[in-house]
Design a protein around this ligand. Sequence first.
Ligand code: SF4
Length: 349
Amino acid sequence: MIDAALLDWYDRHARVLPWRTGPAARKRGERPDPYRVWLSEVMLQQTTVATVTPRYARFLELFPTVEALAAAPVEDVLAEWAGLGYYARARNLHKCAQVVAGEHGGVFPQTEEGLLALPGIGAYTAAAIAAIAFDEPAVVMDGNIERVMARLFAVETPLPDAKPVLRDHAASLTPDKRPGDYAQALMDLGATICTPRNPACALCPLREKCIAQKNAIQADLPRKKKKAAKPTRFGTAFHITRKGDGAVLLVRRPDKGLLGGMLAFPATEWGERADAEPPIKAAWLKADEPVRHTFTHFHLEMDVWMVTVSDAAARKAQKALQGEWHPDPAMAGLPTVFRKVLDVTNRDK
Ligand code: SF4
Protein backbone atom coordinates (compact mmCIF):
# COMPACT_ATOMS: atom_id res chain seq x y z
CA MET A 1 0.00 0.00 0.00
CA ILE A 2 1.36 3.35 -1.01
CA ASP A 3 0.09 5.26 2.03
CA ALA A 4 1.51 2.71 4.50
CA ALA A 5 4.93 2.70 2.80
CA LEU A 6 4.98 6.49 2.69
CA LEU A 7 3.91 6.93 6.33
CA ASP A 8 6.47 4.40 7.45
CA TRP A 9 9.16 6.36 5.58
CA TYR A 10 7.85 9.65 7.05
CA ASP A 11 8.05 8.25 10.59
CA ARG A 12 11.77 7.74 10.05
CA HIS A 13 12.73 10.60 7.73
CA ALA A 14 10.32 13.52 8.31
CA ARG A 15 12.04 16.87 7.88
CA VAL A 16 12.28 18.85 11.09
CA LEU A 17 10.64 22.19 10.32
CA PRO A 18 9.91 24.96 12.83
CA TRP A 19 6.21 25.05 11.95
CA ARG A 20 5.78 21.28 11.93
CA THR A 21 4.43 18.95 14.60
CA GLY A 22 6.47 15.87 13.64
CA PRO A 23 5.19 12.30 13.61
CA ALA A 24 6.59 11.42 17.05
CA ALA A 25 4.98 14.49 18.65
CA ARG A 26 1.70 13.70 16.91
CA LYS A 27 1.79 10.20 18.33
CA ARG A 28 2.23 11.74 21.79
CA GLY A 29 -1.00 13.63 21.14
CA GLU A 30 0.41 17.07 20.27
CA ARG A 31 -1.73 19.01 17.81
CA PRO A 32 -0.43 21.61 15.35
CA ASP A 33 -1.50 25.22 15.89
CA PRO A 34 -3.70 26.14 12.87
CA TYR A 35 -2.39 29.71 12.97
CA ARG A 36 1.18 28.49 12.51
CA VAL A 37 0.21 25.99 9.83
CA TRP A 38 -1.65 28.70 7.91
CA LEU A 39 1.16 31.22 8.28
CA SER A 40 3.84 28.78 7.13
CA GLU A 41 1.80 27.59 4.15
CA VAL A 42 1.20 31.16 2.95
CA MET A 43 4.88 32.06 3.44
CA LEU A 44 6.06 28.93 1.65
CA GLN A 45 4.09 29.59 -1.53
CA GLN A 46 6.78 30.11 -4.16
CA THR A 47 9.43 30.73 -1.49
CA THR A 48 11.99 28.22 -0.24
CA VAL A 49 12.11 26.64 3.22
CA ALA A 50 15.57 28.20 3.76
CA THR A 51 14.23 31.71 3.07
CA VAL A 52 11.07 31.25 5.08
CA THR A 53 12.62 29.72 8.23
CA PRO A 54 14.16 32.88 9.78
CA ARG A 55 11.34 35.09 8.48
CA TYR A 56 8.74 32.80 10.04
CA ALA A 57 10.41 32.99 13.45
CA ARG A 58 10.58 36.78 13.32
CA PHE A 59 7.00 37.08 12.11
CA LEU A 60 5.78 34.92 15.00
CA GLU A 61 7.71 37.00 17.49
CA LEU A 62 5.99 40.14 16.22
CA PHE A 63 2.57 38.57 15.67
CA PRO A 64 2.36 35.51 17.95
CA THR A 65 -1.37 34.91 17.54
CA VAL A 66 -4.06 35.48 14.94
CA GLU A 67 -5.49 38.19 17.22
CA ALA A 68 -2.13 39.98 17.39
CA LEU A 69 -1.83 39.88 13.60
CA ALA A 70 -5.40 41.15 13.16
CA ALA A 71 -4.74 44.07 15.53
CA ALA A 72 -1.49 45.15 13.84
CA PRO A 73 -1.51 47.99 11.28
CA VAL A 74 -1.42 46.53 7.75
CA GLU A 75 1.66 48.68 6.99
CA ASP A 76 3.61 46.79 9.68
CA VAL A 77 2.59 43.45 8.18
CA LEU A 78 3.56 44.57 4.66
CA ALA A 79 6.92 45.90 5.87
CA GLU A 80 7.61 42.58 7.61
CA TRP A 81 6.75 40.76 4.38
CA ALA A 82 9.32 42.73 2.35
CA GLY A 83 11.50 40.39 0.30
CA LEU A 84 9.04 37.49 0.42
CA GLY A 85 7.32 38.77 -2.74
CA TYR A 86 3.67 38.61 -3.77
CA TYR A 87 2.54 41.38 -1.45
CA ALA A 88 -1.13 40.73 -2.17
CA ARG A 89 -0.60 37.64 -0.01
CA ALA A 90 0.46 39.76 2.95
CA ARG A 91 -2.57 42.01 2.56
CA ASN A 92 -4.82 38.96 2.38
CA LEU A 93 -3.04 37.44 5.37
CA HIS A 94 -3.95 40.50 7.40
CA LYS A 95 -7.53 40.54 6.08
CA CYS A 96 -7.91 36.85 6.84
CA ALA A 97 -6.58 37.33 10.39
CA GLN A 98 -9.18 40.06 10.93
CA VAL A 99 -11.99 37.78 9.77
CA VAL A 100 -10.80 34.86 11.92
CA ALA A 101 -10.32 37.10 14.97
CA GLY A 102 -13.47 39.19 14.41
CA GLU A 103 -16.00 36.71 13.03
CA HIS A 104 -14.78 33.31 14.24
CA GLY A 105 -13.65 34.19 17.77
CA GLY A 106 -10.00 33.63 16.83
CA VAL A 107 -10.65 29.99 15.86
CA PHE A 108 -9.93 28.77 12.32
CA PRO A 109 -12.73 26.80 10.61
CA GLN A 110 -11.84 23.09 10.58
CA THR A 111 -13.15 22.07 7.16
CA GLU A 112 -11.81 22.72 3.69
CA GLU A 113 -15.07 24.52 2.76
CA GLY A 114 -14.95 26.74 5.84
CA LEU A 115 -11.29 27.59 5.21
CA LEU A 116 -11.93 28.32 1.52
CA ALA A 117 -14.47 30.98 2.51
CA LEU A 118 -11.73 33.03 4.24
CA PRO A 119 -10.02 35.85 2.32
CA GLY A 120 -6.86 34.83 0.48
CA ILE A 121 -7.17 31.10 1.18
CA GLY A 122 -7.20 29.17 -2.09
CA ALA A 123 -7.71 25.48 -2.83
CA TYR A 124 -4.14 24.45 -1.96
CA THR A 125 -3.94 26.33 1.34
CA ALA A 126 -7.42 25.23 2.46
CA ALA A 127 -6.58 21.58 1.79
CA ALA A 128 -3.16 21.87 3.46
CA ILE A 129 -4.55 23.46 6.64
CA ALA A 130 -7.51 21.04 6.79
CA ALA A 131 -5.15 18.06 6.45
CA ILE A 132 -2.21 19.22 8.58
CA ALA A 133 -3.98 21.12 11.35
CA PHE A 134 -7.25 19.15 11.55
CA ASP A 135 -6.46 15.72 10.08
CA GLU A 136 -9.16 16.00 7.41
CA PRO A 137 -8.58 13.65 4.45
CA ALA A 138 -8.22 16.64 2.10
CA VAL A 139 -6.43 16.24 -1.22
CA VAL A 140 -3.44 18.58 -1.08
CA MET A 141 -2.02 19.44 -4.51
CA ASP A 142 1.07 21.53 -5.12
CA GLY A 143 3.85 21.33 -7.69
CA ASN A 144 5.79 18.72 -5.69
CA ILE A 145 2.79 16.46 -5.30
CA GLU A 146 1.81 16.84 -8.96
CA ARG A 147 5.30 15.70 -9.91
CA VAL A 148 5.13 12.65 -7.64
CA MET A 149 1.69 11.67 -9.03
CA ALA A 150 2.79 12.18 -12.65
CA ARG A 151 5.68 9.80 -12.04
CA LEU A 152 3.90 7.21 -9.89
CA PHE A 153 1.19 6.81 -12.53
CA ALA A 154 3.36 7.73 -15.56
CA VAL A 155 0.99 10.48 -16.68
CA GLU A 156 2.31 11.74 -20.01
CA THR A 157 -0.24 14.53 -20.59
CA PRO A 158 1.60 17.85 -20.18
CA LEU A 159 0.81 20.29 -17.38
CA PRO A 160 -1.42 22.20 -16.88
CA ASP A 161 -3.84 19.94 -18.83
CA ALA A 162 -2.84 16.99 -16.63
CA LYS A 163 -3.95 18.69 -13.39
CA PRO A 164 -7.42 17.06 -13.07
CA VAL A 165 -6.00 13.59 -13.76
CA LEU A 166 -3.18 14.10 -11.26
CA ARG A 167 -5.69 15.27 -8.68
CA ASP A 168 -7.83 12.17 -9.23
CA HIS A 169 -4.77 9.98 -8.69
CA ALA A 170 -3.87 11.88 -5.53
CA ALA A 171 -7.47 11.58 -4.26
CA SER A 172 -7.42 7.83 -4.88
CA LEU A 173 -4.39 7.50 -2.58
CA THR A 174 -5.35 9.89 0.27
CA PRO A 175 -6.00 7.79 3.37
CA ASP A 176 -8.53 8.37 6.16
CA LYS A 177 -5.90 7.39 8.70
CA ARG A 178 -3.26 10.05 9.49
CA PRO A 179 -4.13 12.27 6.49
CA GLY A 180 -2.14 15.18 7.96
CA ASP A 181 1.05 13.14 8.23
CA TYR A 182 0.37 11.62 4.81
CA ALA A 183 0.11 15.08 3.16
CA GLN A 184 3.36 16.18 4.79
CA ALA A 185 5.02 12.91 3.83
CA LEU A 186 4.16 13.52 0.17
CA MET A 187 5.47 17.08 0.46
CA ASP A 188 8.73 15.79 1.94
CA LEU A 189 9.07 13.08 -0.69
CA GLY A 190 8.66 15.65 -3.47
CA ALA A 191 11.10 18.05 -1.84
CA THR A 192 13.85 15.61 -0.93
CA ILE A 193 13.60 12.36 -2.99
CA CYS A 194 11.32 12.79 -5.99
CA THR A 195 13.02 16.03 -6.96
CA PRO A 196 12.56 17.72 -10.36
CA ARG A 197 16.00 16.66 -11.59
CA ASN A 198 17.73 13.39 -10.70
CA PRO A 199 15.07 11.84 -8.44
CA ALA A 200 16.69 9.52 -5.89
CA CYS A 201 14.61 6.48 -6.84
CA ALA A 202 16.97 4.09 -5.05
CA LEU A 203 15.98 5.70 -1.74
CA CYS A 204 12.29 6.08 -2.54
CA PRO A 205 9.77 4.15 -0.44
CA LEU A 206 7.40 4.05 -3.44
CA ARG A 207 9.79 2.73 -6.08
CA GLU A 208 8.08 -0.70 -6.27
CA LYS A 209 4.82 1.00 -7.23
CA CYS A 210 6.22 3.71 -9.48
CA ILE A 211 5.43 3.16 -13.17
CA ALA A 212 7.71 5.94 -14.43
CA GLN A 213 10.63 4.41 -12.56
CA LYS A 214 9.86 0.97 -13.99
CA ASN A 215 9.77 2.44 -17.51
CA ALA A 216 12.82 4.65 -16.85
CA ILE A 217 10.96 7.80 -17.87
CA GLN A 218 10.88 9.52 -14.47
CA ALA A 219 13.31 12.26 -15.55
CA ASP A 220 10.94 13.25 -18.40
CA LEU A 221 7.90 13.68 -16.16
CA PRO A 222 5.88 15.72 -15.56
CA ARG A 223 5.77 17.01 -19.11
CA LYS A 224 5.04 20.70 -19.45
CA LYS A 225 3.55 22.80 -22.22
CA LYS A 226 6.02 25.31 -23.60
CA LYS A 227 5.50 28.69 -21.99
CA ALA A 228 5.24 31.88 -24.02
CA ALA A 229 8.32 34.08 -23.51
CA LYS A 230 7.88 36.74 -20.82
CA PRO A 231 7.56 40.28 -22.18
CA THR A 232 9.83 43.09 -20.93
CA ARG A 233 8.30 46.27 -19.54
CA PHE A 234 10.09 49.53 -18.98
CA GLY A 235 9.79 52.36 -16.47
CA THR A 236 11.65 54.98 -14.46
CA ALA A 237 12.05 55.37 -10.69
CA PHE A 238 12.81 58.73 -9.07
CA HIS A 239 15.13 59.02 -6.07
CA ILE A 240 14.62 62.45 -4.49
CA THR A 241 16.82 63.51 -1.57
CA ARG A 242 16.01 66.52 0.63
CA LYS A 243 19.14 68.62 0.96
CA GLY A 244 18.55 69.79 4.57
CA ASP A 245 18.51 66.40 6.29
CA GLY A 246 19.22 63.83 3.57
CA ALA A 247 15.75 62.25 3.88
CA VAL A 248 14.42 60.44 0.79
CA LEU A 249 10.91 60.68 -0.65
CA LEU A 250 8.85 57.48 -0.73
CA VAL A 251 5.27 56.98 -1.84
CA ARG A 252 2.72 54.33 -0.97
CA ARG A 253 1.61 52.39 -4.04
CA PRO A 254 -2.13 52.11 -4.74
CA ASP A 255 -3.80 49.24 -2.86
CA LYS A 256 -4.86 47.52 -6.06
CA GLY A 257 -2.22 46.20 -8.44
CA LEU A 258 1.34 44.96 -8.26
CA LEU A 259 3.09 45.66 -4.91
CA GLY A 260 -0.22 47.18 -3.75
CA GLY A 261 0.03 49.22 -0.56
CA MET A 262 3.82 48.92 -0.35
CA LEU A 263 6.17 51.83 0.18
CA ALA A 264 8.22 52.53 -2.95
CA PHE A 265 10.15 55.17 -4.81
CA PRO A 266 7.97 57.33 -7.03
CA ALA A 267 7.92 55.69 -10.46
CA THR A 268 6.26 55.86 -13.85
CA GLU A 269 3.82 53.19 -15.00
CA TRP A 270 5.56 50.08 -16.32
CA GLY A 271 4.88 49.53 -20.01
CA GLU A 272 6.38 50.31 -23.42
CA ARG A 273 9.78 51.98 -23.57
CA ALA A 274 9.14 55.76 -23.38
CA ASP A 275 10.86 58.97 -22.32
CA ALA A 276 10.21 59.61 -18.64
CA GLU A 277 8.39 62.72 -17.42
CA PRO A 278 10.10 63.64 -14.14
CA PRO A 279 7.63 64.62 -11.40
CA ILE A 280 9.40 67.94 -10.69
CA LYS A 281 11.73 70.20 -12.65
CA ALA A 282 15.27 69.75 -11.31
CA ALA A 283 18.82 68.86 -12.35
CA TRP A 284 18.27 65.10 -12.55
CA LEU A 285 21.10 62.59 -12.91
CA LYS A 286 20.45 59.24 -14.56
CA ALA A 287 22.11 56.16 -13.03
CA ASP A 288 24.51 54.34 -15.34
CA GLU A 289 22.66 51.03 -15.17
CA PRO A 290 18.91 50.37 -15.07
CA VAL A 291 17.43 48.10 -12.42
CA ARG A 292 16.41 44.70 -13.78
CA HIS A 293 13.83 42.57 -12.02
CA THR A 294 11.64 39.65 -13.01
CA PHE A 295 8.05 39.36 -11.86
CA THR A 296 5.82 36.33 -12.47
CA HIS A 297 4.52 37.60 -15.78
CA PHE A 298 7.13 40.02 -17.09
CA HIS A 299 10.68 41.29 -16.88
CA LEU A 300 11.13 44.89 -15.79
CA GLU A 301 13.86 47.26 -16.83
CA MET A 302 13.66 50.46 -14.81
CA ASP A 303 15.86 53.53 -15.24
CA VAL A 304 16.78 55.35 -12.05
CA TRP A 305 16.87 59.12 -11.90
CA MET A 306 18.36 60.90 -8.89
CA VAL A 307 18.25 64.42 -7.59
CA THR A 308 18.96 66.39 -4.40
CA VAL A 309 16.61 69.34 -3.91
CA SER A 310 16.29 72.35 -1.62
CA ASP A 311 13.81 72.18 1.21
CA ALA A 312 11.38 74.43 -0.69
CA ALA A 313 11.50 72.18 -3.77
CA ALA A 314 11.21 69.18 -1.46
CA ARG A 315 7.90 70.51 -0.13
CA LYS A 316 6.62 70.89 -3.70
CA ALA A 317 7.73 67.36 -4.62
CA GLN A 318 6.09 65.90 -1.54
CA LYS A 319 2.83 67.67 -2.34
CA ALA A 320 2.89 66.69 -6.02
CA LEU A 321 3.61 63.03 -5.27
CA GLN A 322 1.75 62.76 -1.94
CA GLY A 323 4.83 61.10 -0.55
CA GLU A 324 6.52 60.85 2.83
CA TRP A 325 10.14 61.54 3.79
CA HIS A 326 12.23 58.71 5.19
CA PRO A 327 15.56 59.30 6.91
CA ASP A 328 16.71 55.77 6.03
CA PRO A 329 14.79 54.09 3.16
CA ALA A 330 16.78 50.88 3.73
CA MET A 331 14.71 50.46 6.91
CA ALA A 332 11.35 51.21 5.27
CA GLY A 333 10.50 47.63 4.22
CA LEU A 334 10.81 48.30 0.49
CA PRO A 335 9.92 45.44 -1.85
CA THR A 336 12.88 43.80 -3.59
CA VAL A 337 12.62 45.70 -6.88
CA PHE A 338 12.84 49.03 -5.03
CA ARG A 339 15.66 47.81 -2.81
CA LYS A 340 17.50 47.33 -6.09
CA VAL A 341 16.79 50.99 -6.90
CA LEU A 342 18.32 51.91 -3.56
CA ASP A 343 21.39 49.78 -4.33
CA VAL A 344 21.84 51.57 -7.66
CA THR A 345 21.61 55.02 -6.06
CA ASN A 346 24.07 54.06 -3.33
CA ARG A 347 26.49 52.79 -5.98
CA ASP A 348 26.17 55.90 -8.14
CA LYS A 349 26.55 58.40 -5.30
S1 SF4 B 1 10.53 5.91 -7.63
FE1 SF4 B 1 11.59 7.74 -8.32
S2 SF4 B 1 10.21 8.72 -9.75
FE2 SF4 B 1 9.02 7.21 -8.64
S3 SF4 B 1 8.10 8.37 -6.96
FE3 SF4 B 1 10.01 7.51 -6.19
S4 SF4 B 1 11.59 9.07 -6.55
FE4 SF4 B 1 9.77 9.60 -7.77
